[in-house]
Structure formats: C-alpha cells, structure tokens
Design a protein around this ligand. Structure first.
Ligand SMILES: [Zn+2]
Length: 191
C-alpha cells in the first residue's frame, strides 16, 4: 500500500463567507463543527442550505468549514444538470465567471453571481508525499482506480502540494460512480 493514495469522494457541498453565514443562519451565527475531514482544519458542519437553480433545487446540502473569503458551491455535473446551472470544471478558489445560483438558509437567502463549480479532480499531498511520488505542485497526472469491477484511469488530475494537506485524492460523486470507488479505495498515481 506504500505507493497507494487514498481516494475520497467529495459529495456536493458549499463553502461560505462569514457574511453569508450570518445572512443564511442569522446575525452572529457561526458554523457548528460536526465532523473532521481528512484535510487538517477542514470540517463538516451541522448547518445545511438549499441550492436553487433555474430548473430545480437541491435541499439539505452540507456546508464545509471554516468560513472562506468567497462562497463556493461544489456540485457534480449531474447536479448541475438537475439545477440548470453552469458548473465549469475548476480548481477550488478559481471561481471568476463560474456558475450562478441562489442559496436558501433558515434565516435568509443569498444570490451568488458566481461560485458554482465542478471541482477539478485533485490529489492533496504534503511536500514529503510529493517527493515520495515524484510529483510537484500543479503537476497534472493520472490516477488509476481498480479492483472494483469498473477499473478506470482518470486523466487531468492536478497535484496540490502543501504542508497543510494530508495525502488523499478527491473525486466527485459522478467520478466515484463511474469507477465504483466506494468505501476505502486506494489508487495509483500514473505519470
Ligand atoms: Zn480536496
């Protein structure tokens, strides 16, 4: 397993600014920690919102903390079709000109003119992991996932290297379904 990388599936989720948290959940509201995620400091929250698109809404969407400097909605392309929203494939944080939607919380609504993306599949690595795998920050590699009856090699996987990360590849639910990558799944980096 030494050269294998954990493959985690990111379900649809929302990142919010402090301002938007207060609009959606009330004056003075902050996010309530529910569960730590694999990346240090990142956590799933108790709070939920509804994503509203021109076609349909998706209720009960999880929020990931901590608060950010820009709100961002990460959906699968299947979700984007359901909502009727644009969701360009982007790295997290790269939201200029991305899709629009409305968010509804228990205390208010927020119109996002941009921020809806389908996250570009990526691998989080520490500098030590990057050295072990022989890759560098922003390098594009492939990720081979097998052993589940739907073996798949994902191309266009971006490596992201930071001492703040833990080693894990992140794919969305469409990608996970395509490869049957359920449960504890490990993949190989292919250069
Ligand atoms: Zn990630």
């Amino acid at each position: 397993m030494e050269n294998k990388i954990l493959v985690e599936t990111s379900a649809r989720h929302v990142h919010l600014t402090e301002e938007h948290i207060e609009i959606l959940f009330g004056k003075g509201a902050t996010l309530t920690h529910k569960k730590d995620l694999s990346q240090p400091g990142q956590f799933a929250c108790e709070e939920r919102v509804t994503i509203v698109g021109p076609k349909k809404s998706i209720p009960n969407v999880i929020i990931l903390g901590p608060a950010r400097t820009a709100s961002q909605v990460e959906v699968s392309l299947t979700d984007a079709r359901t909502l009727g929203c644009d969701a360009p494939v982007r790295e997290s944080g790269d939201i200029a000109g991305s899709g629009a939607c409305k968010l509804i919380g228990p205390c208010g609504e927020v119109e996002l003119s941009e921020g809806v993306i389908a996250a570009k599949r990526h691998i989080h690595l520490t500098p030590a992991d990057a050295e072990k795998f022989g890759v560098s920050d922003k390098e594009i590699v492939s990720l081979k996932v097998e052993g589940n009856g739907r073996s798949l090699i994902f191309g266009d996987v971006v490596c992201r290297v930071s001492p703040k990360f833990a080693a894990a590849a992140h794919i969305d639910t469409d990608e996970s379904n395509a490869a049957c990558a359920f449960g504890m799944v490990y993949g190989d980096i292919v250069k």
